[in-house]
Design a protein around this ligand. Structure first.
Ligand code: UD1
Length: 449
């Protein structure tokens, strides 16, 4: 009660802006070292896989971000034991699961809760998960997931907004995906691990997180071969056992810091990464004029003068990741010459362009291609994050721009980046998370100088 009236009081005085924002004073090159956390997209599949055993699975290096915490809540809601051992370590035990329904409140917050469909179908032969709608980056059908489950003998129907998958007997099958899908590859692989007989998946996604989910499942006793290639063979086993497993580093978080270093003409060593997973980003950065050094588990990005233009097309791994496309657009907006970015994975991933143009960039979108005429500098402005990765890109733009930028709707960014502002500050970035007009004024006073 007390908190609510304090809130109303602040709002009456016009001080509360009502949403978390970042406020950024640009112009400081980012310099120093930053450590990368566990891969969010790997961890989502891994959490679902972990509940397929009736023994405890201890997972390390889980990122403490909203998407992961929402999935942990959904898993707890199923009756599984979820014990947070420390900020990045969680113990899960699926032996106590009694509820195979994942309602819309979870799916609304986090689409990939649908991995519980594959995991529960494999383990219990039944699951009900709210049907995910479209999202900010476009319509995102899950027909390939369902095609896989059906090929294995399950029925998959939509009832009252829920997808209900059910079978008496889950059988191995030969499945050829119509398009390369990370989600469908992981979801069907999860179910196939406990199916009867052999499943062969063709035209699979080869992303490092697909491999990481397969590695966890194999550590739990599954028999999966070929993850990381386009054909995955899975011999079903009767049950899985407990395990102790550490999630791989997040290649998109790493890439975001690499690009932030490049955009601010900085010098940043990004630690705790697998440089191989970053190769396509590394080679693009070199192509446009950055120096990139690779070490065993770190990469250093040094950017001195103005960068040059490039041509980008997003593709499934090992191609240029769609999740790094908005951050790349910021670099190219500041580069010399005209660049193009073609988005071939999601139809609606240029929503940030209008926001970036408010900061002075010269970008036009024609169909699924953005044409970027490079400019020497961006100017601070008030912008809104349209989705997770575009939000991160606007933060990079703010760090590189002259003057003050505010980024609204940072809830999207917090879904996937742990301690984002704090890590950027440790590199010399002037950025604060603020919630009131007073905090904004305080920040502005602190950066005048
Ligand atoms: C995952 C990532 C996301 C990344 C994307 C592409 C997670 C939680 N999210 O999303 O960050 O941007 O991979 O690298 O890991 N498609 C269909 N039918 C399907 C499945 C997919 O048509 O059944 C289409 C999608 O609309 C899209 C393309 O296939 O055009 C690729 O999507 P997919 O790889 O499945 O993306 P997600 O797994 O949703």
């Amino acid at each position: 009660m007390k908190m609510e009236s304090a809130w109303i009081g602040r709002r009456k005085k016009g001080m509360v802006i009502g949403m978390e924002q970042y406020i950024i004073k640009g112009g400081n090159p980012l310099v120093g070292e930053v450590a990368i956390g566990g891969a969010k997209n790997a961890a989502l599949g891994i959490l679902a896989g972990a509940i397929m055993a009736d023994e405890s699975v201890i997972l390390h290096n889980l990122p403490d971000v909203r998407d992961i915490n929402v999935l942990l809540e959904a898993i707890e809601g199923s009756g599984a034991i979820v014990e947070r051992k420390s900020r990045h370590t969680v113990l899960l035990n699926g032996s106590t699961i009694y509820n195979m329904t994942v309602d819309n409140s979870y799916i609304k917050k986090m689409r990939a809760s649908y991995y519980l469909l594959g995991a529960m179908l494999g383990k219990y032969h039944h699951a009900e998960v709210s049907l995910p709608g479209g999202c900010n980056i476009g319509s995102r059908p899950i027909d390939q997931h369902l095609k896989g489950f059906r090929a294995m003998g399950a029925t998959a129907v939509v009832r009252n907004g829920m997808i209900v998958v059910d079978t008496e007997h889950l059988m191995g099958a030969h499945i050829y995906f119509d398009m390369v899908s990370v989600g469908a590859t992981i979801n069907v692989m999860l179910a196939a691990v406990l199916a009867d007989g052999r499943t062969v998946l063709e035209n699979c996604a080869k992303e490092p997180h697909v491999v990481d989910v397969a590695n966890l499942l194999n550590t739990m006793g599954a028999r999966i071969k070929g993850a990381g290639t386009d054909v995955i063979r899975i011999d079903g086993v009767e049950k899985l056992h407990g395990a102790d497993y550490s999630v791989i580093p997040d290649q998109i978080e790493a890439g975001t810091f690499m690009f932030a270093a490049a955009a601010t003409r900085g010098d940043v060593t990004v630690k705790n990464v697998i440089p191989k997973h970053l190769e396509c980003l590394t080679s693009k950065l070199r192509e446009i004029g950055c120096e990139v050094s690779e070490f065993d588990d770190a990469v250093r990005v040094v950017s001195k003068g103005r960068l040059s233009h490039s041509t980008i097309k997003t593709l499934p791994y090992p191609g240029f990741p769609t999740d790094m496309q908005p951050q790349m657009a910021v670099l190219l907006a500041l580069s010399e010459g005209t660049s193009t970015i073609t988005e071939s994975i999601f139809e609606n991933r240029f929503k940030y362009v209008d926001e970036l143009n408010r900061m002075g960039s010269d970008i036009k979108v024609e169909g699924n291609t953005a044409i970027i005429n490079g400019i020497p500098a961006l100017m601070g402005a008030q912008v809104t994050a349209p989705d997770l990765r575009a939000g991160a890109a606007l933060v990079i733009a703010g760090l590189a721009a002259d003057g003050i930028t505010t980024v609204e709707d940072i809830g999207y960014i917090l879904r996937g980046y742990e301690d984002f502002a704090c890590k950027l500050r440790s590199l010399g970035g002037m950025i604060e998370e603020v919630e009131s007009e007073r905090e904004i004024q305080k920040f502005k006073m602190s950066v005048v100088g």
